[in-house]
Design a protein around this ligand. Structure first.
Ligand code: PLP
Length: 383
């Protein structure tokens, strides 16, 4: 047989999957591995989807998305993100943020181009880029997980096409400060680069910080590709709906790729997203408060146990170091699972600079979080 795709062969199978294999058949496992909020998708969203199916909305959707949905996204972008666009030119509905990221890569890059990513960062960026022949240049974050701008400047070559950011960030919990954002934008403009910004955690931000969309800032819209989704805000990861907002030129290119690869997204589910956007986000206040409480709980407990860690400013993850326990993140997570039935993700999957870290998700109810912290404490005391 002839060989199969080298690009795909090189991408590893998900290490998170391997961890969950260890948990198979055990009822005592508490998972702190999950990247999905634990509240239910709001009822109107589910109803919107069901009603659309009952009305026989089961045929192909318009390639860029249902116009009513695009208009509501335009409105949200203007009111929430201060990005003023025209839905007919500047938005495309995607299969979650995941496909939005794929579209960003497909529309910007040629093989051999380079992208700069601060590391650790969301795992898909590292492999999805390789499917398009793009070279990832990883730049290690500072100790507090902020971007290291000196290192970013040094990493720029004549092949650098874009910088990718995800703020608030999975896995580090870092959220860019206004000063950091300005510094980043200076670099983008100075070196004539694109900025890809993944904003799926825009609502999960704490300590009085406010999310700012780079595309709303002076001179940035034309060079920014903004990615977002309904997945995290509406606890609707299974709806598989998100969107990209970008210049007409880029969205036109994306439409072509979209047409030939997926022909549009789930039609009836888009009516669920329509209802979601009509709801506004008042419902989220209670959820935000709960996540903030969990964040404080996990940070306080882990600090008291003795972990070196940075208090997360956003998203719902924290990334403690395992160095002082003489364990790699992978050894730590495997042994913790075997001995205490708690699933945490080894940091090494999030890039080249986090082998000695683990990622803990606190998107789990508070009582389970407390029990998980007790078990982690026992594990540390024994080792
Ligand atoms: C930073 C980031 N971007 C994108 C995604 C994927 O989002 P979606 O489920 O909408 O494809 C995730 C999922 O965990 C994520 O953490």
């Amino acid at each position: 047989m002839k060989d199969t795709s080298q690009r795909l062969l090189k991408a590893p199978k998900s290490a998170i999957r391997e961890l969950f294999d260890l948990a198979l058949g055990r009822s005592d496992v508490i998972s702190l591995g999950i990247g999905q909020p634990d509240f239910n998708t709001p009822e109107p969203v589910i109803e919107g989807n069901i009603n659309a199916l009952k009305k026989n909305i089961t045929m192909y959707a318009p390639t860029r998305g249902v116009p009513e949905l695009l208009e509501l996204i335009e409105d949200k972008l203007s009111k929430v993100n201060k990005i003023n666009v025209n839905w007919k030119d500047n938005i495309i509905v995607t299969n979650g943020a995941s496909q939005a990221i794929t579209l960003a890569f497909a529309s910007i890059f040629n093989p051999g181009d380079e992208i700069i990513i601060c590391s650790p960062n969301f795992v898909s960026y590292f492999y999805c880029t390789s499917f398009f022949g793009v070279k990832v240049v990883e730049v290690e974050r500072n100790i507090d997980f902020s971007p290291n701008f000196k290192k970013i400047r040094k990493a720029i070559t004549n092949k650098t096409k874009a910088i990718l950011i995800n703020s608030p960030n999975n896995p580090t919990g870092h959220a860019l400060s206004p000063k950091e954002l300005n510094e980043l934008i200076d670099i983008i403009i100075e070196y004539d680069l694109y900025l890809i910004t993944d904003e799926v955690y825009e609502n999960y931000i704490y300590d009085g910080l406010k999310h700012v969309s780079p595309a709303s800032l002076d001179g940035m819209f034309e060079r920014t590709v903004t990615v977002n989704a309904m997945s995290k805000l509406f606890s609707a990861t299974g709806f598989r709906l998100g969107f990209v907002v970008a210049s007409k030129e880029i969205i036109d290119l994306m439409e072509k790729y979209h047409q030939y690869t997926i022909a549009g997204t789930n039609h009836a589910a888009q009516y669920g997203y329509i209802e979601a956007l009509k709801m506004g986000i008042d419902f989220f206040k209670e959820i935000w408060e709960s996540f903030n409480k969990r964040r404080n709980l996990v940070y306080d407990r882990l600090s008291k146990i003795g972990f070196e860690l940075v208090k997360p400013k956003g998203a719902f993850y924290v990334m403690p170091s395992t160095k002082k326990y003489n364990l790699t993140g992978s050894e730590f997570s495997q042994t913790l699972m075997k001995e205490q039935a708690v699933a945490v993700v080894p940091g090494g999957i999030f890039g080249s600079f986090s082998d000695h870290m683990i990622r803990i998700s606190y998107a789990t109810e508070i009582e389970k979080l407390k029990e998980a912290m007790n078990r982690i404490e026992k594990f540390i005391q024994k080792s």
